[in-house]
Write a protein that binds this ligand. Structure first.
Ligand SMILES: Nc1ncnc2c1ncn2[C@@H]1O[C@H](COP(=O)(O)OP(=O)(O)O)[C@@H](O)[C@H]1O
Ligand SMILES: O=C(CO)[C@@H](O)[C@H](O)COP(=O)(O)O
Length: 501
């Protein structure tokens, strides 16, 4: 019987479970969608029970429909949507719906954190206080739902809750612990300074484990529920971006991950915690023991194109729509788009900025608008590259991933705007593959995460920058860079006007 691991990718819209063999081949995959609840503007919640049920349905289907034998599944690990808050009472019962990474109710708490701790907060956590992170969500509950806070004995992030339900052991894996912004990132321990500043008892914080560390075995009750075996060993896992980077074999400081999903991520592997970006970009502990990664986020990357398609080209598929941009040219005939359509995180941590088109001319065609959207998203990634370059980082290879990496035109635009070689992965599976790698290493199939990632990932086509395009894009980027500072006030006024109702 072929031995397998399961990589569970617990996303925001769905859970995807991949059964992977020792050669890194996905032999079967099942997914299950669950809803997102937005009870008030800015709120974004999910029911943790939906994660457990969705994962179980996917596993049951792997067993019943794909013929995966429970005995063949030697290990399981996870990739999880980051930063979500799951509050548990003394019986480890969920106290309220999980507050997710894309929930923005916490502006006041985010400010309180900065006011209270100033730069110390950034030095300890290596991150700015932002709405999406977990600490402001805890403070929101403390201030707005005191009875629930009173009953809360501990908390976890989404995939750590799922792992608890499958094993009966409650722990927080380190890359997700870093995303709570309550971890002393360099020490890899919960920060006592943060616990004291916000009056959170040490007992509130679960023990920390590493991504490849064993978290026990499938519990008897979950084995009965799912059909899995209690002999299957379970491993810590990773925050989704850490898992995505592992699955894409981002293992050296000269490589950068450029992921165009709904949001966009530019991520760099960091061999140690010596470099300090002073909160300009996120800096987190990796799921690779004693390693780190840094990243910047464009909140609406694929989402901007998705919005354009839904609003102006609902009958076309993404492939047709993106191909239409070939009819335009570099710089979209002088049309600039900024993708801040749901606010922005990097380099402008500004929830109130909104997108813009500049330079609209009566000669412009729809193709120019499509092209400007593709280019604007990559210019926003270039802004993240600029932070790295200012900090002295040197890299030569960009590994492209996410839905946006399906388009050859968009990949060439990346190579030309970044002025770097862009490489795609063959059979890209992102975070789920990263999760499977962590289980494979935990089981001892490989000596290290690095060795497993190299064995499981294979690189495909390479897009080289074209000198004449690079030069033109450098010119357009200089204009793009000015848009935020020169239009931010108007953008804020427009949003305030809209909020008047
Ligand atoms: N054929 C395609 N060509 C270019 N971009 C695409 C294509 N298909 C999807 N996309 C882009 O990828 C995005 C989805 O990426 P994906 O990685 O699946 O996102 P997520 O996992 O965050 O939902 C879409 O919003 C769209 O912008
Ligand atoms: O907030 C972050 C990273 O800081 C997001 O990357 C979430 O972790 C995204 O989850 P999915 O969109 O992949 O479900």
């Amino acid at each position: 019987m072929e031995e397998l691991v399961l990589g569970v990718d617990l996303g925001t819209s769905a859970v995807k479970v991949s059964a992977v063999n020792r050669q890194g081949k996905i032999v079967a995959q099942r997914s299950f969608d669950y809803p997102l609840s937005q009870p008030h503007p800015g709120f974004s919640e999910q029911n943790p029970e939906d994660w457990v049920n969705g994962t179980t349905v996917a596993i049951v289907e792997l067993i019943l429909k794909d013929g995966i034998s429970a005995d063949a599944v030697k290990g399981i690990s996870y990739s999880g949507q980051m930063h979500g808050l799951v509050l548990l009472d003394h019986n480890k019962q969920v106290l309220r719906p999980a507050i997710l990474w894309n929930d923005t109710r916490t502006s006041q708490q985010t400010q309180e954190i900065s006011d209270q701790m100033g730069d110390d907060f950034i030095e300890i956590t290596r991150n700015r206080s932002l709405e999406g992170f977990t600490l402001p969500k805890i403070l929101w509950v403390k201030e707005n739902e005191p009875q629930i806070f009173e009953a809360a004995e501990t908390f976890v992030t989404p995939k750590d809750y799922l792992r608890y339900r499958m094993t009966g052991q409650l722990e927080m894996e380190i890359s997700d612990a870093a995303g709570t912004v309550m971890l002393d990132v360099e020490k890899g321990q919960w920060s006592t300074a943060i616990q004291q500043a916000f009056e959170l008892p040490a007992s509130f914080f679960p023990p920390i484990i590493q991504g490849i560390q064993s978290a026990g075995h499938i519990s008897e009750s979950y084995a009965l529920f799912s059909g899995l075996s209690t002999a299957t060993e379970v491993f810590g896992g990773a925050a989704d971006n850490a898992a995505g980077a592992i699955g894409s074999a981002i293992l050296k400081p000269n490589m950068v991950w450029s992921s165009i999903g709904t949001s966009g991520v530019v991520l760099k592997y960091e061999a140690n915690a010596e470099v300090n970006y002073h909160g300009k970009i996120h800096f987190f502990n990796h799921a690779i023991p004693n390693k780190y990664y840094s990243m910047g986020v464009t909140l609406a990357a694929g989402h901007s194109l998705n919005w354009f398609k839904r609003s102006f080209a609902p009958a076309e598929d993404f492939t047709e729509l993106v191909a239409s941009a070939e009819q335009s040219t570099i710089g979209a005939h002088g049309l600039l788009f900024t993708p801040y359509i749901v606010g922005e995180r990097t380099p402008y941590a500004d929830g109130d900025i909104r997108g813009s088109w500049l330079g609209i001319d009566s000669m412009h065609q729809r193709a120019d608008f499509v092209r400007s959207v593709l280019e604007g998203i990559i210019f926003s990634f270039k802004d993240i590259f600029a932070i790295y370059e200012d900090a002295g980082a040197q890299f030569d290879t960009v590994i492209a991933s996410g839905g946006g990496a399906k388009s050859a035109l968009w990949l060439q635009i990346q190579a030309d705007i970044f002025n770097k070689k862009v490489v795609v992965l063959e059979n890209e599976q992102g975070p789920g593959m990263g999760a499977a790698i962590l289980a494979a290493v935990g089981l001892g199939w490989f000596e290290s995460v690095e060795q497993a990632a190299q064995a499981f990932a294979s690189f495909g086509q390479v897009y080289e920058p074209k000198a004449e395009n690079v030069e033109k894009y450098a010119q357009v980027y200089q204009m793009y860079r000015q848009v935020y500072t020169q239009t931010v006030d108007i953008s804020h006024q427009l949003l305030a006007y809209r909020r008047q109702g």
